[in-house]
Design a protein around this ligand. Structure first.
Ligand code: ATP
Length: 657
């Protein structure tokens, strides 16, 4: 427990006071100050006073102070009433009072003589009282001195005790200072450690927060990984099952492989034998291929010879049947009523008059037809005219498309063999040219063009297996009013101007039309598409007159316009149709001249071929022009002279051969 002390003495200042706690140490006084220093804390009561309000004395001096120090009662003075100023203060001493009385007596105041006596008595009593008091006081003073000595002894003892206490206190204070310093250092160290700990704590807290976040992420990862592990486990279990079955399969396969290996060994041994056989077979194949090529060349040669023997220009005559509508048609039956022109009223007789009298006498070779016409002379006599015509082959009305194609299929083979073939149909309008060349849509009625195309592709396929390569291309041209139209052009109407060029080289001669589109043809279906496209663009007039041509290439399939008289075309009144019909007939006439000239040339040698007389002549005849040159290598022309059985004298039959 610390007590409060006065400021330390200079002695005490040698020890530096602690900075933090400025505690006032009691001063270490010298001997002169000791009593003062001693008295100060004790607050001894004044002598002669006895009051309970004073602090409690120490146990040692308390009884002596209370019993010894009693204040004597002052002497009672009786002061006579006088005009002089009275004083309430007691006389300082009896002698002084006496001197004062004497002075007052000396001054001569009579009134106070008695008072002075009284006063003298009082002074005497007072002197005696004073003496007794002085004695008593002296006694008391002695007692007090004794007490003071005792007190001083006590004080001295207490002083020494205090000094030793101070010394001890000083030591304690020094210890306290040291302890305080140590404490301060410890406090600083502690504060530093605390701040370091706080920093570390903050760091740890941050670390913990970071670790918590990492832990959360790790937990999420762990969850995902667990899911993955679960799915992987299920996959592994599935795969394990699959592996088990695969192992079983593998074992079975290994067993099988062993068996196969054994077979393979056997096969390998036989394979080497077969290899030898194969090599000899390859040599045999090469030999046979060479033989086949040679045989193919022989076949071509023989085929060509047969075709040449049959004739390079062949004219076939096809007679179409009378159509049911023609029997009922007024145009054919006339508008007459009553008896028919032959006077008969029998419809069968009438029908006979509508059908031309055509005979087919050659029942073996089918090469002849006989036309019989009856006319009346001016005298009314019936006159019969019989005209016989021979052709390379005559097809009667009952002939089918298949029968007709039999004759020309060999020409398709010639085309594949590398010869130029031209097949065209010529005849009166409605005589069956288109039916023959294009035909119907059914298998039985399909015409020569699609059949020939199929045959060409079939023959090409057969030869392809023997090592031949074929590239097919197609063009579709129309000659209309002496103008060439490319029907495969981009637009609906061809606006380009085309020319016919005949090129002749040392080994070959070719005729081509400039600036025309050429389409690759890989299948018969593509040929049909080409024909459909071109047909949709053909110039077809309201009448039946137009001319169509297919040229260029090895196989020219031509469907000519019908030859017709102007008055029977129904177009005489129209200027456009008139021009068209004239052009058609001119072209056909030129074609007839060219073929006739070619026929004569083939028989008699050099002859002028009038192929420039018409566009048809110039393009189509260019192809024919090659005949004399190509005659030697077998190019050939097939002509269908189409006839209808209608009894019409207007049908010219072309028979150039
Ligand atoms: N051999 C045939 N058997 C049956 N019908 C045929 C035969 N030949 C032609 N016809 C029919 O006769 C009609 C006229 O034939 P097609 O149109 O082929 O004549 P065309 O000579 O081509 O005429 P155009 O010169 O006007 O084009 C058609 O209805 C056709 O079906």
């Amino acid at each position: 427990m610390l007590r409060s002390w006065p400021e330390p003495s200079p002695i005490c200042t040698s020890t530096p006071a602690p900075r933090m706690n400025k505690r006032k140490l009691p001063p270490i006084d010298d001997d002169d100050d000791e009593s003062e220093a001693f008295d100060q804390p004790r607050k001894l009561p004044a002598i002669g006073t006895n009051t309970s309000s004073h602090p409690e004395p120490t146990s040692r001096n308390k009884p002596r102070l209370l019993s010894g120090l009693t204040k004597p009662d002052p002497p009672k003075l009786t002061v006579p009433h006088c005009s002089t100023r009275a004083t309430s203060a007691p006389p300082k001493s009896s002698s002084a009072t006496l001197r004062s009385g004497r002075r007052r007596v000396a001054s001569g105041s009579t009134r106070t003589t008695e008072a002075l006596r009284d006063l003298q008595n009082q002074v005497t009593s007072l002197g005696s009282a004073q003496a007794s008091n002085a004695l008593r006081i002296a006694q008391q003073l002695d007692a007090e001195r004794t007490k003071v000595a005792e007190i001083q002894a006590d004080h001295h003892a207490l002083y020494h005790e205090l000094a030793s206490s101070r010394e001890a206190e000083l030591d304690k204070r020094r210890q306290l200072v040291d302890s305080t310093e140590q404490l301060e250092q410890l406090r600083l160290k502690h504060a530093k450690e605390v701040s370091e700990f706080e920093i570390q704590l903050q760091k740890r807290t941050n670390d913990i927060r970071q670790l918590s976040e990492d832990l959360r992420g790790a937990k999420a990862d762990l969850g995902r990984e667990r899911t993955n592990v679960t799915s992987l486990k299920s996959m592994i279990s599935n795969q394990s099952a699959a592996q088990i079955s695969l192992n079983a399969q593998m074992n079975a396969l290994q067993t099988e492989r062993d068996a196969l290996q054994a077979q393979l060994d056997t096969v390998t041994s036989t394979a080497s034998e077969h290899n030898l056989d194969r090599q000899s077979a390859l040599r045999r194949i090469a030999f046979l291929e060479q033989e086949a090529r040679e045989a193919e060349m022989v076949r071509r040669k023989l085929h060509n010879m047969i075709q040449e023997l049959k004739g390079n220009i062949r004219v076939f005559c096809r007679v179409r049947p009378v159509l049911p509508r023609e029997l009922a048609s007024p145009a054919t039956s006339g508008t007459r009523s009553g008896p028919f022109s032959n006077g008969s009223t029998n419809p069968e007789d009438h029908a006979k008059t509508l059908v031309a009298d055509i005979g087919f006498p050659d029942k073996r070779d089918h090469k002849e037809i006989v036309l019989t016409s009856t006319s009346s002379s001016a005298m009314g006599q019936q006159r019969k005219e019989v005209s016989a015509f021979s052709f390379d082959r005559v097809f009667e009305p009952e002939s089918t498309q298949c029968d007709v194609f039999e004759e020309i299929s060999l020409l398709a083979q010639s085309c594949v063999d590398g010869y130029n073939v031209c097949i065209f149909a010529y005849g009166q309008t409605g005589s069956g040219k288109s039916f023959t060349m294009e035909g119907g849509s059914t298998e039985a009625t399909v015409g020569m063009i699609p059949r020939a195309v199929n045959e060409v592709f079939r023959a090409a396929d057969t030869l392809r297996s023997k090592g031949w390569q074929y590239t097919m291309e197609g063009q579709f041209l129309e000659i209309y009013n002496e103008t060439i139209n490319d029907l495969l052009g981009k637009g609906e109407f061809d606006k380009k101007k085309h020319e016919i060029k005949h090129e002749k080289t040392a080994t070959n001669a070719s005729t081509r039309v400039t600036d025309v589109n050429v389409m690759p043809l890989r299948t018969p279906r593509e040929v049909s598409a080409l024909l459909r496209l071109a047909n949709s663009r053909r110039t077809v007039a309201a009448t039946l007159m137009n001319e169509r041509e297919r040229c260029e290439g090895s196989l020219n399939l031509v469907d000519l316009a019908g030859s017709e008289r102007l008055n029977s075309s129904g177009a005489a009144g129209l200027k456009e149709r008139l021009k068209e019909t004239q052009n058609i007939n001119r072209s056909l006439s030129a074609l007839g001249d060219v073929i006739a000239a070619l026929g004569e040339k083939g028989e008699k040698g050099e002859k002028h071929i009038p192929y420039r007389n018409s566009k048809v002549g110039r393009s189509f005849m260019h192809a024919l022009l090659r005949l004399p040159l190509l005659f030697l290598i077998g190019d050939r022309v097939g002509i269908f002279a189409n006839l209808c059985c209608r009894a019409s004298p207007s049908s010219p039959i072309l028979c150039p051969g």
